[in-house]
Design a protein around this ligand. Sequence first.
Ligand SMILES: Cc1cc2nc3c(=O)[nH]c(=O)nc-3n(C[C@H](O)[C@H](O)[C@H](O)COP(=O)(O)O)c2cc1C
Length: 181
Amino acid sequence: MSFFHGGGRARVFWRLPEWMICKPHCIVYSSVTGNTQTLARFLAERLEIPLFSIAEAPNPENYACLILGFWVIRGMPDPRMLRFMQTVRGKTVFFFCTHAAWPDSEHIQHLRDAVSHLLQDQNNELLGFFSCQGRVHFSGHSAHHPMTPERKHRLEEAALHPNAEDCARALAALAQSLGMQ
Ligand SMILES: Cc1cc2nc3c(=O)[nH]c(=O)nc-3n(C[C@H](O)[C@H](O)[C@H](O)COP(=O)(O)O)c2cc1C
């Protein structure tokens, strides 16, 4: 299986490694407002990997390698993906997500650690992780989260994502984690 990446300029030839060809693999994603779906569709199309929304999630036992995409709520994967993750055991896993927080924030570091521990505690082997901001489709006004200048700036930046660069970076991260040439 192969694909060309680079949009017509620097075209790079990617090839699935032997172990991936032998092992059934798929992407399962959860997305309410489309941000995570954008990344998931891009990855699935470019890498020719089967794609399932969380509503039609397959039995994880039918796959050896799972690529899980989700949106973040209260610092954790959304509840539907969290429930699905709890059924994933003894697999090879890459996960990605979209969120409003800054990618290099403690909030996202904590999320990454929590999801990594959850998956590893279930005997899964972690391949890698990618995250980027995603537009928040709500007013942003909340009694718990007052609209400070910092928050306004962060939400304005989040509204610009995921963009083409995020998609390309997600693809590079996944391809590298899968050991693609
Ligand atoms: C109710 C709600 C709670 C959220 N909680 C968080 C959060 O705790 N941390 C964060 O970084 N982003 C949070 N977000 C932002 C979403 O994770 C972000 O917009 C994401 O890209 C939505 O993905 P989707 O379009 O795939 O549904 C929240 C959004 C909503 C609507």
